[in-house]
Design a protein around this ligand. Sequence first.
Ligand SMILES: [Zn+2]
Length: 345
Amino acid sequence: MSLVQSLLSTERYGIKCPYQMEPEGVCIHNTANDASAKNEIAYMKSNDNQVSFHIAVDDKEAIQAIPFNRNAWHAGDGGRGTGNRRYIAVEICYSKSVGERFVQAEQRAAREVAAILKGYGWGVERVKAHRDFSAKNCPHRTDMDKFKTMVQEELNKLNGASNPVNTSAGNLYRVRLSWSDAGSQKGAFSDLNNAKKCADDNAGYKVFDKNGQQVYPEQISNNIIGEGAKVRVVGNKYATGQDVPGWVKNETYTVQQVSGNKALLKEIVSWVYINDLALVSASAAPKVTIEVGSKVKVTGSNYATGQAIPGWVKNNTYTVMQLSDNKALLKEIMSWVYIKDLILM
Ligand SMILES: [Zn+2]
């Protein structure tokens, strides 16, 4: 920000800022007079009182007199007080007569304080009032709650300019067992590849985009769970977020309508995420038979051996090499999979 430096001579450190400081926050004051920031700073630097502050702000400028790694005598909490030894002191000018220039000074101070917070990586909770450290009615004009809100708004602007946190947070890829089971979440990633890796490392986990659409493993069920399909509910939540009762999971339902990643089940008149459905029969599709030589995709969670099927396996198409009872041997991965867990391509 436009912080003007008018630093105190080091010869005056003994009176005004004798100690090194690791700042912990910012302490807000009102000057209770009608002097400009320039005059306020000049007076502080020239007198021999053990009274000092780091910054004075008026409607035109913010001026720094003491480096932030030196203490200042401003908080009235003694030689070892937290305010005097750990806080950056900011004086807001023109608080005696107030009016428009005081309003402007407060606004400018909010910007300067936000810049300090940003510089140290602090939140607005680091902003304190003089009266938080000692029994003085200071700042006598500035409403601290309102001022902190102003600082937060300025901080949001600064963060928004360099790091659009809010935007990217909305675009995270989440790794869960199912979209409705938020409690199962293993992680949230802005990079899809990292999310896929997390899903691969955790058997049964899938990657969902911000809308709850499964993006990995590549979703096959969307194509086959269509209107008229017979399904069972395997997830724990309805699309509304309500729990699915146990008895519901024992029945087979008819998909009446599909909308995005959700399906309306006719018999219970309830919307369920498609990811939380298991296909019993795709009645709309022609009856197909898996035979040796068929090209298939894998939809199940486990191999016939019981081992978990990694996510990447589900993205590829395989050739059935051999059939045995209810199992098929897939040539490319030389693995036995239950036929019910295969779909014909
Ligand atoms: Zn004060």
